[in-house]
Structure formats: C-alpha cells, structure tokens
Design a protein around this ligand. Sequence first.
Ligand code: PLP
Length: 287
Amino acid sequence: MTQKINFNGTIEEDPHISVFDHGFLFGDSVYEVIATHNNKPIFLTEHLNRLTNSAKGISLAIPYDQQWFVREVNRTVQIAGNEESYIRIIVTRGVGDIDIDPSSCQNPNVLIYVTPIKEYSPDNYSKGINVALVSIKRNPKEALNPGIKTGNYLNNVLAKMEANKLGAKDALMLSPTGYLTECTTSNIFFVLSGRVLTPSLDCGILRGITRDVVIQLSKENGLPVEEGQWPPETLEKADEIFITGTLKKIMPVTQLDGRSISDGKPGPVTQKLMRLYEKHFKSIDPF
Ligand code: PLP
C-alpha cells in the first residue's frame, strides 16, 4: 500500500510545493477526486471534463491536455499499485507574489495524489448516517459558485465543524435564499411518495458526477425524478433521504437533526438505487 504523487509529470512519494503558490495562499486552485474499481479510475472522462470547466470558471489555463491527464493518472495509479486507489487531481494557480492578484502567477502546478482508498464503514451503509441542517449557508452562486470545484472549501469546512459539534456525520446547507442545497462533499436526494427529489443546479450546488448517474439510473428504472427548489420543511415529510458522492457512492441518511426518517432504517428506494449504482459502477469499462 503506497502513496505516490505526480507533480507536473514527475512521480514522488512526498513532493514539496512552494509556500508562494496561490493554491496554498488563497485556495486559488481547482480539483477532482476519483475512485477506482479493480484499481482503474472510474468516470475519468467526466471528472476531467469537470476539471476543465472548473478551471474555465476561474480563468485558469491548465498546462496539459486531457490525454496527458489520462496517461499520467493511469501511470501514477499503476506505480502506486494499491488494491483500490483514492485519486485527487489538483491544479493550482502557481507561484506568485503574496498578493491576491493572480497575474504574477505564470505556471500552474498540477498534482495527482494517489493513495490507498479509505472505505466508509459498512455500518454507515447498513444503518445510515445522521445529518444536521446547519446554520452556515452554502456560498451564493453569485459569490463563489458551488458549481465550480475550487480548492477554496472553507464554507464546507465551517459547515462540517458545526455538524461535528452537533454530533452529526455531515452538514446539510441551505442557500442564502433558504432552499436546500447540498452537504459538505455530497449531493442530497430524498424520496417523497415514490418520487426521487433533489435540489436543482440553480440552487447553487456542485453538479455531482454521482448525482448525474443516480438521476439517470432512477429514470431508467421507473423512478420519477424531480429537480427543484425545496424548502427545508419538505424533509419533514420525506420517506427516505440519501446523499451521493464519488467515494461514498450512495449513503443512506436515517436521522436528520437527531430525528429518525421513517422507521430509522435505509428505505427500499435508497437500497434499490445502491444496488443499481454498484452494478453500474462495476460494469464500467475504464480506458
Ligand atoms: N457536492 C460537493 C460540495 C462536493 O464536494 C462533492 C464531491 O466532492 C459532491 C457534491 C459530489 O460530487 P461527485 O459525485 O462528483 O463526487
């Protein structure tokens, strides 16, 4: 089990980055997290497309093309040789003056971290987790659009700290206008009278790659999906709640603010989607 980090094309175990890199100084960077199956990256194209879009969103010119990333991600994963890997790609603004103006940064840095994957506890999946609706609001999209996956995660860090204090595993945030958005590193879904509901992109959320797959699988399997703007009270009537993300895949939420959802066990729709997602994930032919 090893850790390998690809730093601008050179693979090392613990490379060092300048303290003048604006990624470090200002969170001026974009990133992606990718999971593997049989130690091959899954949904790599989708993650690279989103990385490209995030970089465009902050006017950051990525110095390499997608083929370079495909080659270097696979090479780093192979050299690390783990059973399954956690892959994190980061592109920073690069080294510049200690000044928020990025124009002194000429060379973005590209890092590809590969470490052994840390699995979530099977108990989390069989029993579900407790999520807290926190007072910290998700960044408004007019300020720092949550649709851009930047390295500036302080909004989510603060929400997570509030959840920790409340004894919850994750934090659910509202938009500044009071609608449900997402959790700190996950999208949220809930089931209401057989319909699968999730906040729409215009609520100010990240367009999760897992979210897209869950929407597609629901539709293909006769589960109507509705994306919309939902006030938090809607969750009081929810029969089931689950969250989605690359590493956790589909995680049942069985308590919200300490209150049980239905009978406090993962519901049938959540369990069906967990099975469908697992099957789909394992059937993908990575390149
Ligand atoms: N929302 C936020 C804020 C995230 O950070 C993440 C993933 O890191 C997600 C949602 C889920 O996205 P994905 O399914 O692409 O991992």
